[in-house]
Write a protein that binds this ligand. Sequence first.
Ligand code: FMN
Length: 298
Amino acid sequence: MQDRKTAMFYFSGTGNTEIIAKRFKDAFKRRNQGVELFRIEDILKGKRSVEYGTYGLIGIGHPVLGFGASGIVERFVEQLPESCGTPAFVFKTASSPHYVNYGASNTILRHLRDKGYEAFHNSILAMPCNFFVKYDDRLNKQLYMAALEKVEIFTEEILNRTPRVLRINPVLEKVLRTVYYMEDKHGGKSFAKGLTTASSCTLCLKCVGSCPTSNINKNGERITFGQECIWCMRCVYSCPQKAIQATRLRSCVVEPYTGGHHLLKLMEDTDNDGHFVTERSRGYYKHFLAYLKEDEGG
Ligand SMILES: Cc1cc2nc3c(=O)[nH]c(=O)nc-3n(C[C@H](O)[C@H](O)[C@H](O)COP(=O)(O)O)c2cc1C
């Protein structure tokens, strides 16, 4: 157990990773461990500063975007100061716990180790899918409930410095890194080119203020989308009027999206029993079973 506080840095497009970062914070606090949460975008935009030397442990949280961690998280880790062995952990949320996502934090882990951090814990938490596939809300609830149990287990491991490793075949990792590169470099740009606002837009400017890369602007009476989109989906899912519409890659948008910030409401829905994946599940959903069963509970 440590004396000095933990700094947890996270990026979250649509709220899944944020909710998990907050649950980690709660779990640490229940064990009398001080934690401070930082949104990565706030640090990169200079809205918050960090006294890195005051923390005895650091955590990095990110969603899996195209089998990787998103450029915004990689840029943040690149600018971290050197360290003499500060322990570090990384957690990621993904729509699938499949091993294809196991290498998603590897660039982050490499940067951390190059800078002298002792990155010893690497975990994955399956959460609602905000891309392409609309999960049944029973599955969304089931995944979130399983994630809550796993956060407790991972917190114990992290505080006891018990390593957790996610192994991926290096050849497969290279192939997936190419997919990630395409998604990171071109996917967001292409998606943003097709973004438009419907007449229901009230110019509330929530999207302008909340875009992590300041890619959304107001030009006269119009909302415009630039070339710095990282395809995190925040603007699309958080628009109060549902006025931001994708005309390109439209099928990527999940409607209605009930993950992220809607999850707490979903948890209160007593008609939803959170029972979706079972021993009898077949096809795509079958692979969730081992994840739900490992680390016990589920
Ligand atoms: C552009 C994009 C790419 C994604 N790629 C993957 C992926 O490769 N593997 C996966 O399991 N989930 C993928 N997802 C789903 C997210 O990782 C998942 O829903 C995550 O929990 C979202 O976290 P957030 O709400 O904190 O942004 C992708 C989502 C987006 C928007």
